[in-house]
Write a protein that binds this ligand. Structure first.
Ligand SMILES: [Zn+2]
Length: 154
């Protein structure tokens, strides 16, 4: 699956199979929200982002309308991952059970904090929101974070 972000003129590539896998991981926690981290790599010109994997947080709080992950233990995990596979943290994902893939105020604020966090050294993290029901993934929307805004890929 290839998506394009007009605002930043960048593209994002993810296998449908991987997206389904992330969705299924979220469905296990239905009706609570669930999520984690996205792993990937960029093309040499930084115009294409390949999402290659996803990671579950070591600790988190997930309820019906909220998901908060802790970044505890992740910094060393990500640095090992980079050394081993030259892939790194590129953003976040979480589910909206029986909900749309629109982002909430809380979602935007979380991304503002993530970008400002010293443990994250990427400028435009990605946010993936998955609209799920009890049995299936209904919709998936990727956003790019830029200057306190979230802009969807199409
Ligand atoms: Zn959300």
């Amino acid at each position: 699956m290839k998506l394009y972000n007009k605002h930043r003129k960048v593209e994002l590539i993810i296998d449908q199979e991987l997206l389904e896998k992330i969705g299924n991981t979220g469905i296990v926690h239905f009706p609570n929200e669930f999520g984690g981290f996205l792993i990937g790599k960029y093309s040499d010109d930084y115009r294409t982002l390949f999402i290659t994997d996803y990671i579950l947080p070591k600790s988190y709080k997930g309820s019906r309308y909220l998901f908060e992950r802790s970044s505890k233990g992740m910094k060393s995990f990500f640095s090992k991952l980079f050394k081993k596979k030259k892939e790194y943290y590129v953003g976040e994902w979480h589910t909206h059970p029986n909900g749309s893939t629109g982002f909430s105020e809380t979602d935007l604020n979380a991304m503002i904090n993530i970008e400002a966090s010293p443990s994250v050294n990427i400028k435009n993290p990605v946010l993936l929101i998955l609209g799920i029901s009890e049995k299936q993934l209904n919709q998936a929307t990727f956003y790019i974070y830029d200057n306190k805004k979230l802009i969807p890929y199409e």
